[in-house]
Design a protein around this ligand. Sequence first.
Ligand code: KG4
Ligand code: ZN
Length: 345
Amino acid sequence: MSPVLGIETSCDETAAAVVDDRRAILADVVRDQLDAHRDYGGVVPEIAARAHLEVVDRVVDRAMKDAGIGFDALGGVAATGGPGLIGGVIVGAMTGKAIAAAHDLPFFAVNHLEAHVLTPRLTDNVDFPYLTLLVSGGHCQFVAVEGVGRHRLLGTTVDDAAGEAFDKVGKMLGLGYPGGPAVERAAQAGDPERFELPRPLRGRAGCDFSFSGLKTAVRHAVERLPAGPLSDRDVADLCAAFQQSVADVMADRSANAIALFRDRCPDGATLAVAGGVAANRALRARIEAVAEEHGLSFVAPPARLCTDNAAMVAWTGVERLALGLADGLDFAPRPRWPLEDLAAR
Ligand code: KG4
Ligand code: ZN
């Protein structure tokens, strides 16, 4: 089967990639917009959309050159169709549609969340069904991945997403945006025991998450320190305590999710992690230990394929192409698009 071009523009990365049905990533280009958003301490949707528009053609060109093929050698074009910042999604989806129309190729409007949860099949050829913990800047959920377009939500966050909590804590501690990688780095030198933080929902039934109280607890811990700028030690210890709390909660929630998933899954199933927060080594290690304890295989894609990228979008296109699940060029980009709505499309 011919390779698929993928385009990702739903947040602050402009990305294009080419992937074939033998799981070869022929090109994987990611252009971040960190400089454009840094002064604002977060992603500004209007700036993001303009920045995507400025570079998307060049990013696609680069990917095609890296892959060493022309558009006519493609089997299809996949672009993120949502959920995400709608201005950016429109830019990527329109670009994908235009290429598909000009070269008479099938077009795939990819759900960004499905692209994240199908990544373990691209990297590790995991069989359906498997359990995925999707943890990103906008989402934090356990998904039973039963097939392409067939996903069962087992639990989700009742307030903030995990990445959002990392980003807010990072901002609070003066670590800039995005907070996740900076908090992980600072935590390495920290003492997780110095500050006592809560473990929201630990020990409760089900596998939902809640992070907003934890974030507030970090703020209160900061307020209790003597006035003045935080020392490097304070920041490191706060990051370590926060990350440890998230890890404890994720371990507890993962055990419950496995129990819920177990009812319907074969022996030797897999627990995978996906999404930007899954790049965090401390969290991966904790979740891996829980998987092992419960007799599940554990899969964590390389960090580069956990954070936003277009290889996962191209791969979702490959999966959908194989099943003949192309979309019409009249597909309307969606700012909200829950995974469970996929089957109904
Ligand atoms: O999947 P992603 O790139 O974009 C979304 O779809 O949201 O995830 C971005 C999120 C950000 O909140 C970022 O802070 C977080 O993933 N993140 C991390 C790490 N790397 C990225 N969080 C914790 N530790 C990391 N190493
Ligand atoms: Zn994402």
